[in-house]
Ligand binder design. Structure first.
Ligand SMILES: [Zn+2]
Length: 338
């Protein structure tokens, strides 16, 4: 090695330790650039003693070759690293363990409906379904609600352009059940119904009902009363106080309402039960003889009871949901379960 010359190994190590392209460019300028150290050494050859020029020239050439080679090597390595980094930016490691996803849960309406269906099928009822778009006969006429009868106004009814009705209750399914089955009949009909209601905390334009119908011989109010009380106790998980009040519905005679002790205040009186201590839960009654007759059943031979639950209200009571809109807005959280 010439005196005052850098070591080849020093140059090679310096190139290899360049962490990125910018550092490598600095290396190139420092050694190989026009004002770099090797170029400066080359320029100094002219002033060297003539007898040393050949040896110095050869040594400088070795340095230059080494610097160029080290630069080339490091350049390839850094290019490859940059290419790998770009590739890995969109990399999917198919061997990595999968991320845990929280499992969904069944909707409270579905949960409670499964319980109701389980309860009634255990009593020998079957589940019946019918179309959500009905005709006037099944939705009104056959239920003893003739055209232009004021009772029809009670149901805030939607109509389609063709005078079809998005059903206002699942009672229409009871009519279909009586038309297609022979007594004794025991059916429940869960499903969505539609009313032209202003949507607020306790009303929705689309909600769920579960209706029940039993047709047999010698059916009395006592059968209905027992059936509903058993249902409430089963669904609410405890023996809530119940009471029956007379009520008018065109398709039953006598008609009644089942009230249940308010679960929010345990009967003391609160804003939800409007201070009464009770929540009106299930209307029902004995099937009106005219309804039986409109379905081709002889009222002198057959009697029946029917009831209809505003099912959403029951779900709200069961799960402590205080706003019906929360059942349908997709951001439902369980508050408490009674
Ligand atoms: Zn209350």
């Amino acid at each position: 090695m010439q005196a005052g010359f850098p070591e080849v190994s020093t140059i090679v190590q310096e190139a290899a330790s360049c962490g990125d392209h910018a550092a490598l460019e600095e290396f190139r300028l420092r050694w190989l650039g026009k004002k770099g150290e090797i170029t400066t050494l080359l320029k100094s050859l002219g002033t060297a003693p003539p007898e040393e020029r050949a040896a110095r020239g050869a040594a400088i050439h070795v340095l230059k070759e080494a610097a160029q080679s080290a630069w080339d090597t490091r350049k390839v390595e850094l290019d490859q690293a940059a290419e790998d980094a770009a590739l890995h930016a969109g990399w999917v490691d198919v061997t990595a363990p999968s991320m845990a996803r929280p499992l969904g849960r069944l909707h409270p309406i579905t949960l409670l409906l499964e319980e109701v269906i389980d309860h009634f099928t255990g009593l020998g009822f079957e589940v019946a379904s019918g179309p959500e778009i009905e005709d006037e006969f099944h939705n009104f006429d056959a239920l003893n609600i003739p055209k232009d009868h004021p009772a029809r106004d009670v149901w805030d009814t939607f109509y389609t352009d063709r005078r079809e009705i998005p059903r206002t209750h699942t009672s229409s399914v009871q009519i279909r059940a009586m038309q297609t089955r022979k007594p004794p009949i025991r059916v429940i009909s869960p499903g969505r119904v539609f009313r032209n209601e202003t949507i607020d905390a306790t009303h929705h334009a689309s909600f769920n009902q579960v209706e029940g119908l039993l047709v047999d011989r010698h059916v009395t109010v006592a059968h209905l009363k027992h059936t509903l009380e058993t249902l409430v106790h089963k669904l609410m998980g405890r023996r809530l106080e119940t009471r029956f009040r007379p009520a008018f519905y065109p398709f039953v005679e006598p008609g009644l309402d089942l009230d249940v002790q308010c679960v929010f205040c345990s009967g003391v009186g609160c804003s939800i039960c409007k201070g009464s201590g009770y929540i009106e839960l299930i209307p029902g009654g004995l099937v009106h003889p005219k309804v039986l007759a409109s379905c081709g059943l002889d009222p002198d031979e057959w009697q029946g009871f029917a009831f209809g639950m505003g099912f959403d209200r029951m779900v709200m009571m069961r799960y402590g949901i205080d706003d019906i809109r929360r059942l349908y807005d997709g951001r439902l959280q369980l508050v408490r379960q009674f």
